[in-house]
Design a protein around this ligand. Sequence first.
Ligand SMILES: Cc1cc2nc3c(=O)[nH]c(=O)nc-3n(C[C@H](O)[C@H](O)[C@H](O)COP(=O)(O)OP(=O)(O)OC[C@H]3O[C@@H](n4cnc5c(N)ncnc54)[C@H](O)[C@@H]3O)c2cc1C
Length: 363
Amino acid sequence: MITIIGAGPAGSYLAYLLGKNGREVALIEEHDRIGSPVQCTGIVTSSIEKFVKLPNKVIANKCNKVIVISKNNRAEANVDEIVMWRNRFDEFMAERAENEGVKIFTNHQFLGFINKNTIKIKDKKNNKIKEIEAEAIVGADGPSSSVAKAAGIKQIFNYYIGMQAKVKLKTDINAFETYFSNTDFPEFFGWAVPESEDTVRLGLGAKKNAKELFYKFLEKRTGKKDILCWESGIFPIYSQKQAIQKGNIYLIGDAACQVKATTGGGIIPSLKAAHTLCDCILSKKDYGKEFKKQSGMELLLHLRIRNALNKFSDKDYGYLLSLMNQEKVKKILKKYDRDTPMPLVLNLLLREPRFLSFAKYIF
Ligand SMILES: Cc1cc2nc3c(=O)[nH]c(=O)nc-3n(C[C@H](O)[C@H](O)[C@H](O)COP(=O)(O)OP(=O)(O)OC[C@H]3O[C@@H](n4cnc5c(N)ncnc54)[C@H](O)[C@@H]3O)c2cc1C
């Protein structure tokens, strides 16, 4: 049997793939309800449909426009993005796994290893400790992975705090906004993503002072201080140095820092990683090597872009947006999304060589 800890997108999708391939799988989730609490904006590019066809019940909204705002400029581009109800998405992914024969144990918490093939879990409802034997154990248990800690796999913790809340605000439901400024959103960015006519998921990422920066943004953008609910969490940023396997113990998703450093988005990278890990478990391949082959370059490119953006002045952002405002650039932004970063960057450089002026921040 293969035991997966954590029924987020990474764990449930891997469980589904392994179940589909005839493997016996147990999926362990510490919460009573899969998908709760929500700590996510739930926006993904339509590239998600390469992995899973989303039913309507999972989709809150679709945006065909992104508005990019800097201190002194503004750009718009046509995009194809889906805003999900993240709790329903997680539930849907777990249901799909269950339909492939995966046994799901909610209210069960991973506590540690007895030996490399036996784990200790707590049945929280009945307050009982159980032991489960497994040929492989997967930590899909999020950014502060207990599996990584118990296995002695050091997590390279380069992270941002994602401060997000739902707020009442009437905006164009077809457009989401992103905000860039090295004073108001230092080293990351802010966003306003409409989930309905009058409710927006407003947030930002920051290394420090996240709450303070968030309240400033909230007041500036909405003129109010009211919050419907918080949905904050942590973005563990990709690192090439992160170990993701130790013998029969594997890490995936946020637990393995498989997150795009440009945006903090981890849903699509974790679904892609699930295919890699499923294949590695079935064919006994080296997961670390295969993951680097299949996703390493893309995530590294995101990291390089993030590191470059972190050096931008407000003037640089203004110039970047004026380049983005050209029709030829908009066409490329519509054709390639951030989940296909290689062709996106290559085409941008080919069609608008002035983007190269930012190379000084990369090298
Ligand atoms: C504010 C914010 C906004 C975000 N917005 C986006 C976005 O718009 N688009 C996007 O693509 N990504 C976004 N992300 C990132 C995205 O949420 C994560 O990358 C994604 O959830 C990773 O999935 P996962 O399955 O690896 O981990 P998780 O979704 O964190 O799932 C881990 C699961 O493991 C369970 N677990 C943990 N410990 C144990 C234990 N000991 N025993 C049993 N179960 C355990 C948890 O309860 C949880 O269900 C955002 C993140 C934040 C913080």
